[in-house]
Design a protein around this ligand. Structure first.
Ligand code: NAP
Length: 320
């Protein structure tokens, strides 16, 4: 890789996924321009402590709705990894940053002659398709049905679908080189101090929060996802959208696994039956060379991370 290809902008650098992306970029000798909403906020202090951050990480203040600020962060970068997006939030706070934010990032990339952009979409833009055969794993050809999605008020999935559609139309219109990644539910150790939405999914089981439904859901580790994002950036032949998901498990089986590994927490006792049955196919990403870790390792590393962060007591007997 040439020297000028080693300067990369990562949007929303302080978030759960982006922090790992920044961490891996810095450890591989990249110069990183990270956008954050408030560079003075304590919640992004972990970024400054990453290895090589002092020399190679520059933080830029930029809201997704502020085109000029985004453009200033992207200036001089040959690549942009667009990770920032509210997850999940209220309808009004979601669609604008997802859609206008993506538009702003892509416009700035075009103006600054960025060679390659990787955009983080979501399986939310893939899986809400009632016409897809139930027993067939969903691949990259599957798209969320936007009107149906809106009718059931799945605003996060609607926002991600709109943003992804917009990005593909933009790429077609302008020739900007874009690759898209669609991750499933992301868990794993957090580098940041504030708990993000998808980590709460696992964390709540360790607190015994009920009720839980027994749906079949897909997961991926945050470190495996960050590696996949870098893979898409670095591989010349990466093209189109890529589902990034490694394991599917029913809630009850997940809780049984947690119980066997960490017996002293208080877990849900009963489960509602659920129609959620999401089966995904990440073969396209694997063909590019993507590997992922075993589910037991993801679970163990996550729980140890929550314990170290003081989010749950260390694995000891909790009185009934
Ligand atoms: N976690 C998952 O399960 C999952 C699954 C599929 C796809 N994804 C996608 O992965 C990406 C990262 O998600 P995450 O899990 O890392 O979530 P996260 O920890 O909540 O990070 C989201 C980041 O986006 C930033 N952001 C939100 N609104 C913004 C705005 N208006 N202007 C500038 N920055 C803004 C946040 O900044 P602040 O800290 O300032 O709010 C934060 O840095 C998102 O695109 C998400 O849709 C996540």
């Amino acid at each position: 890789m040439k020297e000028d290809e080693k300067r990369i902008c990562v949007t929303g650098a302080g978030g759960f996924v982006a922090s790992w992306v920044v961490n891996f970029l810095l450890s591989r000798g990249y110069l990183v321009h990270g956008t954050v909403r408030n560079p003075c906020d304590e919640k992004i202090s972990h970024l400054k402590g990453l290895k090589n951050a002092e020399e190679n990480l520059r933080l830029f203040k930029a809201d997704l709705l502020d085109y000029d600020a985004l453009r200033a962060a992207i200036t001089g970068c040959s690549g942009v990894l667009h990770v920032a997006c509210p997850v999940p939030s209220k309808k009004v706070e979601l669609i604008e940053p997802a859609l206008t934010g993506t538009r702003n990032v892509l416009n700035a990339c075009l103006k600054e002659n960025v060679k390659k952009v990787v955009v983080v979409s979501s399986i939310g833009a893939v899986v809400i398709d009632p016409s897809w055969p139930r027993d067939q794993p969903m691949d990259e050809s599957c798209w969320t049905d936007l009107e149906f999605c809106k009718s059931i008020e799945e605003w996060y999935c609607a926002a991600k679908t709109m943003a992804e559609t917009e990005a593909w139309e933009y790429a077609k219109r302008t020739g900007l080189k874009i690759t898209m990644i669609c991750p499933s539910i992301v868990i794993g150790p957090m580098l940041q101090q504030t708990v993000n939405a998808s980590s709460l999914y696992l964390l709540n089981f360790l607190k015994g929060l009920e009720p839980a439904d027994n749906g079949l859901r897909p997961f991926v580790d945050v470190r495996d996802l960050a590696e996949a994002i870098l893979l898409l950036y670095e591989k010349q032949d990466a093209e189109g959208r890529y589902i990034c998901s490694s394991h599917e498990i029913r809630t009850q089986d997940l809780v049984e696994m947690l119980k066997s590994m960490f017996p002293s927490y208080r877990y849900p006792n009963s489960y509602r039956e659920a129609s959620t049955e999401v089966r995904l196919c990440s073969e396209k990403l694997q063909r590019l060379g993507w590997k992922y870790r075993p589910f037991e390792e993801i679970i163990a590393d996550s729980v140890h991370n929550y314990e170290e962060a003081g989010l749950i007591p260390r694995d000891r007997k909790i009185p009934d």
